[in-house]
Design a protein around this ligand. Sequence first.
Ligand SMILES: [Zn+2]
Length: 268
Amino acid sequence: MKAMTSEPKRWRLTGEAGAPVALHERLARKPRVLVYDIETSPHLVYTYELHNTSVRPDQIVEPSRLLCWAGKWVGEKRVQFYSEHHHKRDVMIDALWHALDEADIVVGYNHKGFDNKHAMREFVTSGLGPPSPWQDVDLLKENRRLFKFASNRLGYVTEELGLPTKIENAAGLWLRVLQGDDQAWDQFKAYNVQDVRATEALAEWLWPFLRLPHAGLWTGQRRSCPACGGHDLTPMGKTYTRAASYARLLCSCGAWMKVLASGETRQI
Ligand SMILES: [Zn+2]
């Protein structure tokens, strides 16, 4: 039987009294969490057919490349933005390398299979080594694991949750961007930056649901909440595996954890 030892203090992002402390305050600047998003150009290719065709490598005129990236440290207001239009390419790529190098945790939406790999290709083709490793929290993967939204697009999910969402791109914007149109680049920048803001808002909303590296790895507080590193923990009975039981705690951030014999906490 489930034993409740106290009233659950469930986490609700209502914006009303009792709303949780913002993620950046909970994480208290440790670990360093980077939210980022990149934009790439399409491959430029020769093709004879428009439908059901495949393109051989010798038909590629220009392969896809990094056009720009936007990134935000959780806990800082500013969104960094670098592009090949506003900066030299090596400056844009170096800045991304340094951001990823500094990050303990990297948050994105499908960034593990897309943004990270495009970034790594730019690094290796620029003669850079790998940035120091980080832990990825990919919100698309987590969204698929946890929920069944009608669409898994970032814009759809954030809208369903009433969060800051993506802005729509004007038709053909990318073409004008590739032509170096200043006004188009302004819109593209706004779009990229807003993607990062929407991704961060989603991360903050979903934080207690997410599988996360233990915040105590960076704070040294291994008996704190694994998700946020906080100590506002309420005993909530026990949790069971097939062969063992553990004291169960609920953090004011909404995350559940169990307490090991060592006293360390683990997400459940
Ligand atoms: Zn917490």
